[in-house]
Write a protein that binds this ligand. Structure first.
Ligand SMILES: Nc1nc2c(ncn2[C@@H]2O[C@H](COP(=O)(O)OP(=O)(O)OP(=O)(O)O)[C@@H](O)[C@H]2O)c(=O)[nH]1
Ligand SMILES: [Mg+2]
Length: 262
């Protein structure tokens, strides 16, 4: 599958991989190269928030050398959520059929993208999942694992949403499905953005599929994780659980490898 023939990825169409970057000069070239090599049919959009370390200029250089690489420059650090919303809008305006979310730091392996795209043939949303059967994390300190598992458990219980990894950021969205999620009104900035989109997809009745991935700790550069980002996810999930939750009846799936619901 996935071979470039001008029409994009078989069964999915034109795919744009959106890579948000903030101070990823040590990673951006490597990750874009790996994406292009792993699935030559996709295009890549680096969304850079004017990184002081020159990430944007490195991305520009790649874009000049490869017509399938693009760069969206934003004025300053405005958070992961805002970067993705801008990237998704860029894709929708240009007629792409699907967008992929992927971190620049190597935690999400481009070599696993073909499996996610294959699942997208038959889904609106595909989530690369660390915590479903077959999923793995490599080199993550125990406290990060506990935080991720605990956050996902809380999300699952509070929202009644049958996902193993609602905070994961390696995903595929079909663009027509994304249009139903009213992205302009998304306020989440950090991890909460991933949960919010899962929650909106769930409430909109989209078909979500989880596929197992191997997630690796970043090797270079600094994490942007902070107590503020964790806190944001916590209070937003709590608010949604109080004000937004709908009855859990009639959903299929479970927490296993490919849970899905109507
Ligand atoms: N454009 C943009 N990208 C961001 C921003 N914050 C984080 N990113 C990027 O989003 C991706 C995920 O951020 P990370 O720092 O890896 O955060 P994380 O994966 O939650 O934390 P670690 O697991 O510790 O690496 C990376 O590619 C970052 O460069 C932001 O404000 N703007
Ligand atoms: Mg990371």
């Amino acid at each position: 599958m996935n071979e470039a023939d001008g029409a994009g990825v078989a069964g999915v169409g034109r795919v744009l991989v959106v890579v948000p970057t903030y101070n990823e000069a040590d990673n951006v070239t490597v990750i874009v190269d790996r994406i292009r090599r792993s699935v030559p049919a996709v295009e890549v959009l680096v969304v850079d928030d004017d990184s002081p370390d020159g990430t944007g200029a490195l991305a520009d250089r790649m874009a000049r050398a490869d017509g399938r690489v693009h760069v969206l420059h934003r004025a300053g650090k405005q958070g992961l959520g805002a970067a993705y919303v801008a990237g998704f809008g860029w894709a929708a305006d240009r007629g792409y059929d699907a967008v992929v979310e992927m971190d620049a730091d190597g935690s999400h392996a481009p070599e696993e993208l073909p499996r996610l795209l294959e699942a997208a043939r038959d889904a609106d949303v595909v989530i690369g999942s660390r915590w479903t059967a077959g999923g793995r994390v490599v080199n993550w300190p125990r406290r990060r694992q506990l935080l991720s598992r605990g956050g996902n458990l809380y999300t699952r219980v509070a929202l009644g949403m049958p996902l193993s990894d609602a905070t994961g950021g390696f995903r595929v969205y079909r663009v027509p499905a994304l249009r139903r999620l009213d992205l302009e009104s998304v306020a989440s900035q950090g991890y909460s953005f991933q949960v919010e989109l899962s929650w909106r997809a769930h409430r909109a009745g989209l078909r979500t599929v989880e596929v197992p991935i191997t997630f690796a700790e970043r090797e270079r550069g600094a994490s942007k994780m902070s107590p503020v980002i964790i806190g944001e996810a916590l209070w937003r999930v709590t608010l949604w659980s109080v004000f937004d939750r709908r009855p859990a009846s009639g959903r299929g799936g479970g927490r296993d490898q490919r849970s899905r619901w109507p």
